[in-house]
Design a protein around this ligand. Structure first.
Ligand code: ADP
Length: 794
């Protein structure tokens, strides 16, 4: 007689399909097709063009869905604009009631939504049932809470307006929730375009909106492909765009919205490292890898797709991983014991296949387990590629499939260097039983989300989003809400008085003088030293009365590059204690204060300001410097309330090197108002002062020199602000850019910034003397949040 152990070891899984009759019946009632959801009603599905939506697991037709035109988008935006008037006026509590109702209705229909999502996307029911849909409900509950608390927690902020939201196919309903919940909580209205591959749960969600009686036009859903998305991006009635998808399309959207003033958040691609040290719990790391790269078929923007393993344990880890891969089950997504479902489309399957072949051709060793793969449908076997070179295609590009590429490292420094050797910066996983090492590595990784001994953890209370070409902005938690709010009343602010007529770029208008011909020229300030401009020229600075009051160096792109290079060497500034930075800024404030009279005289000579005005500007600049010195060690992060037995640390990190383009108004105060918060938070700054009145900033060199500011932390390049701003925007090492110079074309800067997808803040003209030119908003904009998840317990 067989032993029970033998029976258990040889037992196979029986089929365990989830029933889908409710979904099939629902699809049947929509046999005529789905229209768009605009102004609280579904449009006639037969009215225009449509496209097919199929089940990737068997290729069968699920539904026909309307293909949105520019007119459809226009109608949806109009509806959202009308609805905004009353929706934004509701109390937070009233909006919260709707969000709670949505959350409850999602929970009531959770099985239906999970099955529909699985049929539409191909992902396993186990995941839609246990992860996607519960998180959708969680997001609406969480943000119902924010709606309730908005007035007390975000004083002075207001909703942006109509939000255009474009989402991908990998987590269709979850991405909808990430976008819609904060938008509504903050008082905005929405036009959302789901991905063409997976629009069905968004349409089911539209029905929920109707069921809960959400006012017409608050949510509009227009289905369609890329051109429908492009029409939404281009629409002038949209004030905010939120996009999740590929970096290529993110770049197109950045370029298309350049200069429009639309608020933008981008959540893009990744090639996230999964780093295993030799002191890791290897079995846990193997389970972590299953989750990192085979969850959702690897079609996850933050998938741990690059395994970096310490050399000494590499073969052992690979062997365990290969054995584990033999137990993965690829098959019907509706089967409850399926681990890996179908890839979303044949195009995606072809892309994955060709990338794996490319990896093989480039010398990688490809392992796939000998498990059964369904003969029909878009299935791809879990794949491990070892012996991968860091520069090879599969190590660099996002595969977006169940394919793990592995490389080895020797030391923690090498691990960090390899991990950061990517244009992306979405997420990272660090595996080590040594907490000190784990946190050290986490702090050095350039990514927006770090999981210690864990992977793919998400929660509505924690922000999610990337560094570098993984985009900017956060979704979730307090930090995510800022993406849907603007500070102040939105009315244009008056300029600081009596600063004389502004002129455009110096190179166009001013007298250019060869530098050797003059003695007293304010040079540039680069790497802690005064430097001659590369051009060899300076330009005449004239007072508002037309009198020459000095000469300033005519900086060019080479000077900006030198300044960025110097800033690159001053990395220690971000790592210094905030207390150290505070001390230096206090010192700077004192030194500025003791030379007030000189600065007042300079301002008066340049701008024609009265004695009182000049004194006020200098005094305000001194106070502001003290203010940010005081804030240097107080721009705290948070510990988010996410899952139980987790510390989720939200750390405010400096961008690194920031470009700051200062205004012509308030030439000293504007400069100080922008440079100080950036420095206080640990950034290194390349500042372009007012082109018209640069001498207040060039006088500032001496203050910097005598205040122990390390070399390269602040460089100042005078010249044509528009030209220098563009060079800063173009530069890949500049991680964020603020432009407050009204003479600089915002469109030009936005467009140029799409290279490394740096966030750009075209800040307009605040009242420099007033409260809106100082405060937390500036500190927040000078930092990016890194969320580090640390689970605890034995
Ligand atoms: P993926 O590679 O994951 O399919 P995409 O970036 O192509 O990602 O698609 C994400 C979303 O962006 C989808 O809803 C798609 O229709 C939309 N989209 C594609 N091209 C554009 C575009 N040029 N402008 C706006 N949206 C677009």
């Amino acid at each position: 007689m067989a032993h029970i152990k033998d029976v258990l070891n040889s037992m196979d899984y029986g089929p365990a399909p989830e029933g889908n009759e409710h979904v099939v019946a629902w699809l049947e009632t929509h046999k005529a097709g789905f229209g768009h959801f605009i102004d609280g009603k579904f449009t006639d599905p037969g009215a225009g063009k449509s496209f097919k939506v199929t089940n990737p697991a068997d290729g069968k037709l699920l539904a026909r869905v309307a293909d949105g035109s520019a007119e459809d988008i226009d109608r949806a935006v109009s509806a959202a604009t009308r609805a905004f008037k009353s929706w934004s006026k509701l109390s937070g509590h009233q909006r919260a009631r709707y969000l709670y109702a949505i959350a409850r209705n999602v929970q009531k229909r959770d099985r239906f939504l999970a099955v529909l999502e699985t049929m539409d996307n191909g992902k396993p029911i186990r995941e839609t049932r246990d992860i996607d849909i519960p998180l959708v409900a969680r997001h609406f509950y969480h943000h119902a809470g924010w709606a309730e608390l908005l007035e007390s927690e975000f004083p002075g902020y207001r909703p942006v307006g109509v939000c255009g939201q474009i989402i991908p196919w990998n987590f269709p309903l979850l991405m909808l929730a990430w976008k819609i919940a904060p938008a509504l909580a903050a008082g905005n209205t929405v036009v959302l375009k789901p991905a063409e591959q997976t629009p069905l749960t968004a349409l089911a969600f539209a029905e929920i909106c109707r069921e809960v009686g959400l006012p017409a036009g608050v949510i509009n859903i227009v289905t369609g492909e890329g051109d429908t998305g492009a029409a939404l991006v281009a629409h002038e009635g949209v004030q905010k765009l939120a996009f999740t998808g590929s970096t290529d399309v993110g770049r197109i959207i950045r370029t298309a919205t350049a200069g429009s003033g639309k608020k933008l958040s981008l959540e893009l691609g990744g090639k996230s490292p999964f780093i295993v040290f030799d002191d890791a719990d290897i079995d846990s790391a193997v389970e972590g890898l299953v989750d990192a790269i085979w969850f959702n078929q690897g079609e996850v923007c933050c998938a741990g797709s690059r395994l970096l393993v310490q050399e000494g344990i590499a073969e052992k880890l690979y062997a365990k991983l290969r054995a584990r891969m033999e137990t993965l089950r690829v098959g019907s997504p509706l089967d409850k014991s399926t681990d890996i479902g179908a890839v979303v489309s044949t195009e995606q399957l072809e892309r994955i296949t060709s990338l794996v072949e490319k990896g093989r051709a480039e010398g990688a060793e490809v392992f796939q387990p000998s498990i059964a793969i369904p003969g029909t449908g878009t299935f791809f076997a879990p794949t491990l590629m070892t012996g991968v070179e860091p520069a090879s295609t599969v190590a660099v590009v996002e595969i977006f499939g169940p394919v793990l590429v592995a490389m080895t490292f020797r030391t923690p420094d090498e691990a960090v260097a390899l991990a950061n050797n990517t244009r992306f910066g979405l997420a990272a996983s660090v595996w080590s039983e040594n907490i000190s090492r784990s946190l050290d590595v986490a702090s050095r990784l350039k990514a927006g989300v770090i999981w210690i001994n864990a992977t793919n953890l998400f929660d509505a209370a924690a922000g999610f989003g990337g560094y570098r070409e993984s985009g900017f902005g956060r979704e979730g938690g307090r930090e995510g809400l800022f993406e849907y709010l603007v500070l102040g009343d939105g009315k244009p602010k008056g300029k600081t008085a009596a600063m004389g007529a502004l002129v455009a770029a110096p190179s166009a208008t001013a007298e250019i003088v060869a530098i050797d011909e003059v003695d007293r020229t304010a040079k540039l300030f680069i790497g802690g030293k005064q430097a001659r401009p590369d051009s060899g020229y300076s330009y005449a600075v004239t007072s508002s009365a037309g009198k020459q009051v000095g000469l300033a160096g005519l900086g060019n792109r080479k000077d900006i590059r030198n300044a960025v290079e110097a800033a690159g060497k001053a990395e220690g500034w971000g790592a210094a204690t905030a207390h150290n930075r505070a001390q230096i800024l206090y010192y700077l404030a004192e030194n500025l204060s003791s030379r007030s009279e000189e600065f007042e005289a300079r301002l008066r000579a340049m701008t024609g300001a009265s004695k009182r005005q000049a004194a006020e500007e200098v005094a305000a600049a001194v106070r502001r410097t003290f203010f940010y010195a005081g804030f240097a060690d107080k721009h705290d992060g948070a510990v988010h309330s996410t899952k139980s037995r987790h510390v989720t640390l939200a750390m405010n990190e400096p961008f690194g090197i920031m470009g700051v383009v200062c205004p012509d108004e308030a030439p000293l105060l504007g400069f100080v108002s922008l440079v100080m918060p950036a420095l206080a938070t640990g950034n290194r700054v390349v500042a372009v002062p007012s082109s018209r009145y640069p001498l207040a900033a060039t006088d500032f060199y001496q203050i910097v020199d005598t205040s122990d500011v390390p070399d390269g932390v602040l460089s100042i390049v005078t010249g044509n602000a528009a030209e220098l701003a563009k060079t800063l925007a173009d530069h890949d090492e500049v991680a964020a850019l603020w432009n407050f110079n009204s003479g600089v074309d915002a469109a030009l800067v936005d467009k140029a910034s799409s290279g490394n997808l740096k966030p750009v803040w075209n800040g307009g003209s605040p009242d420099w003397q007033g409260g809106d030119a100082q405060g937390r908003e500036y500190l927040r904009r000078a930092t990016q949040v890194k969320n580090i998840w640390v689970p605890y317990g034995e």
